[in-house]
Write a protein that binds this ligand. Structure first.
Ligand SMILES: CCC(=O)SCCNC(=O)CCNC(=O)[C@H](O)C(C)(C)COP(=O)(O)OP(=O)(O)OC[C@H]1O[C@@H](n2cnc3c(N)ncnc32)[C@H](O)[C@@H]1OP(=O)(O)O
Length: 578
């Protein structure tokens, strides 16, 4: 390198400047003075052995090497120790139970563990031998997305959570609020650490803050929870606060209290699976959205789940390539029976409308008379709410109404448009469902439908009786369209019930049985003419009657057209319905 210094500089000054620059830059320097043609001096960089001399500021310079220093090697050993987790005997127990050690689980999820980890050295200085405080947090790449993730280490005091672990969990949640990225919770925890409760149980920044943060994140970023073992007490709320919960059959369990505690309090002797295993929460409490066969299957389910979800509530859900449905749309009309009371499986219709392989049903066993499923139509994620005539004749029971309300609410939060496929005799009637709160739960479904601002399409597949048409986003619920198949009917109630309600006395006055039956049939037929799709279209109650084989194309076009539509709600703090 050449440099030129001012006229009048002495050779000694040129030499000092040259050698300082040569040492600093590591290259040879030719120093010219004034306009001179020949260099006044040439300075070579010091040989690498000499470079520990002094730097420009007079301080000492560390010797450099391309290999790891002792200091780094020591750090790596410390990290390797921490990554061993808790005592070997607990790892052997995991093996016996067919469960993965937490860091092997992270490798399964993210190829090579976290992209980066926070708080790995938690408890490093403590005598307690509780590596990372039994709770791992970090950031990860998953299926082409980046997200926050945590995982309990069951080898450390049964994954119980105390001071440092709680702090790590809270930090991760708070960071997710800033980054707007989804959060994945891989839970395997006996709850709060009972023998170290000071400092995390009731503090402002203690375990109670988890659920405050879950509430703040709810509807902002998707929260997905997978359960790998017991999740007791304080640990059991994370799965229920999450938007989506996956349980592994025979392995996961969640309960507000452990079997030991239950026995102490109530005298009931029960094992963990019976108390809160996957079947309990999938079929009876409704807290599990998906049930996996094993750890790998749980990952596969979440991999599918994220394909429908945006990173946060400001973003659109990701669009995929369009795929033809798995079954021909030409068969739709033949799926729907002529007689309104005949059962059929609504999945047969969904498979003819949705892109092949795109349907993921949530809470399948709970309230099965309504199907709630993510799917794609022409590559666009869509949430399907469909009555299921194969279950309880498609009548809406309280548990199904509550399930549908939460699904609609979740789709709306994450900008996923809604498709309602309506074939219901309405909400179930009777003393049993009154006691179970049919009005309360039905209200929630109607409220969720009313306040969802994503594009909504309602298709009256066959019957839409009673308040069923309200819950299923009928014309009064501001859907972008209400369509019907030719088999569709909309009525205040079904023909049998209506004729029974209005004509019972007059029919009873007819003494001849045949004559009475014929008159009753005639009245029903007249009634049905008044409620059928053509009458509804003629009165412009509905927007159109669609040839069944064109339903998929029609829906694709309508969802495309209404994408991003602005449907603001009245200005208020929030509704009072929960
Ligand atoms: C916020 C409020 C809360 O969350 S209060 C916490 C309520 N949680 C509980 O009552 C659960 C207590 N634990 C249990 O019932 C069992 O450990 C469960 C979770 C069923 C697991 O049983 P199992 O797989 O047989 O493990 P284990 O009992 O042998 O435990 C292994 C070691 O971990 C310890 N441990 C367990 N739970 C906690 C806990 N919550 N706090 C502190 N330590 C816990 C056990 O004492 C046991 O330790 P060690 O092997 O005896 O040294």
């Amino acid at each position: 390198m050449e440099i030129r210094i001012g006229e009048g500089a002495s050779d000694e000054e040129a030499r000092v400047i040259g050698s300082a620059l040569a040492e600093h830059t590591g290259t040879a320097i030719e120093v010219y003075v004034g306009d001179g043609d020949a260099p006044a001096t040439t300075a070579d960089p010091p040989a690498s052995d000499d470079r520990s001399a002094t730097n420009g500021a007079g301080g000492s310079r560390a010797s450099t090497t391309d290999g790891p220093t002792e200091r780094e090697e020591l750090l790596r050993e410390e990290i390797a120790d921490i990554e061993q987790g808790g005592p070997e005997k607990y790892k052997d127990r995991l093996d016996d139970q067919g469960k993965l050690f937490v860091r092997d689980r992270l490798d399964l999820w993210f190829d090579d563990g976290f992209a980066f980890e926070d708080g790995k050295f938690a408890n490093f200085d403590s005598e307690d031998q509780l590596p990372a405080d039994g709770l791992l947090t970090g950031a990860a790449e998953f299926e082409g997305r980046t997200l926050h993730a945590m995982a309990n280490d069951f080898t450390v005091k049964a994954g119980s959570m105390a001071g440092k672990g709680v702090e790590k969990f809270l930090r991760m949640q708070q960071r997710a609020l800033k980054t707007g990225k989804p959060v994945l919770y891989l839970m395997d925890s006996s709850g709060g650490r009972i023998d170290q409760q000071t400092g995390f149980f009731a503090n402002r920044e203690g375990i109670g803050k988890y659920y405050y943060n879950h509430s703040m994140l709810s509807g902002r970023v998707p929260q997905i929870c997978v359960l790998y073992g017991p999740c007791i007490a304080g640990a059991a709320y994370t799965p229920v606060f999450a938007d989506f919960t996956v349980m592994v059959e025979g392995m996961s369990a969640m309960a507000i209290a452990s079997p030991r505690m239950v026995e102490m309090v109530t005298g009931e002797e029960i094992d963990l699976q019976e108390l809160g295993g996957a079947q309990v929460h999938a079929a009876e409490s409704g807290s599990a959205d998906l049930v996996a066969e094993d750890e790998e299957h749980a990952r596969e389910l979440v991999a599918q789940l994220v394909t429908y979800l945006p990173d946060n509530s400001d973003e659109k859900p990701p669009r995929s390539d369009s795929r033809p449905p798995s079954r021909s749309p030409a068969g739709i009309d033949s799926v729907v029976p002529e007689r309104p009371n005949r059962g059929y499986d609504m999945h047969e219709l969904i498979d003819r409308v949705a892109d092949q392989g795109s349907v993921l049903e949530l809470r399948e066993q709970y309230g099965p008379e309504i199907v709630t499923a993510f799917s794609r139509i022409d590559g666009r994620p869509v949430g399907i709410v469909a009555n299921q005539p194969a279950q309880r004749a498609g009548a809406i029971f309280p548990d199904a109404a509550e399930k549908a309300a939460e699904f609609i609410w979740t789709c709306d939060a994450y900008n996923i448009p809604l498709l309602y496929l309506c074939d219901t005799p309405g909400f179930m009637a009777g003393s049993g469902v009154e006691k179970e709160g049919i009005l309360e739960q039905g209200k929630k479904m109607i409220y969720a439908t009313s306040s969802a601002t994503v594009p909504k399409q309602c298709v009256v597949v066959r019957k839409a009786y009673g308040a069923g048409i309200y819950a299923m986003s009928g014309p009064a619920y501001e859907p972008e369209s209400t369509l019907a198949l030719p088999s569709g009917e909309i009525a205040i109630m079904g023909p049998e019930a209506a004729i029974n309600a209005v004509y019972r006395n007059r029919l009873d006055d007819i003494e001849d049985d045949d004559e009475r039956a014929a008159r009753e049939a005639e009245l029903r037929e007249e009634y049905r003419e008044d409620i059928d799709a053509h009458r509804m279209a003629s009165e412009v109650v509905i927007d159109d009657i669609v040839p069944p084989s064109e339903l998929r194309e029609e829906l694709a076009a309508r969802f495309e057209f209404y994408e991003g539509i602005d449907k603001s709600l009245p200005d208020k703090k929030h509704g009072t319905i929960l």
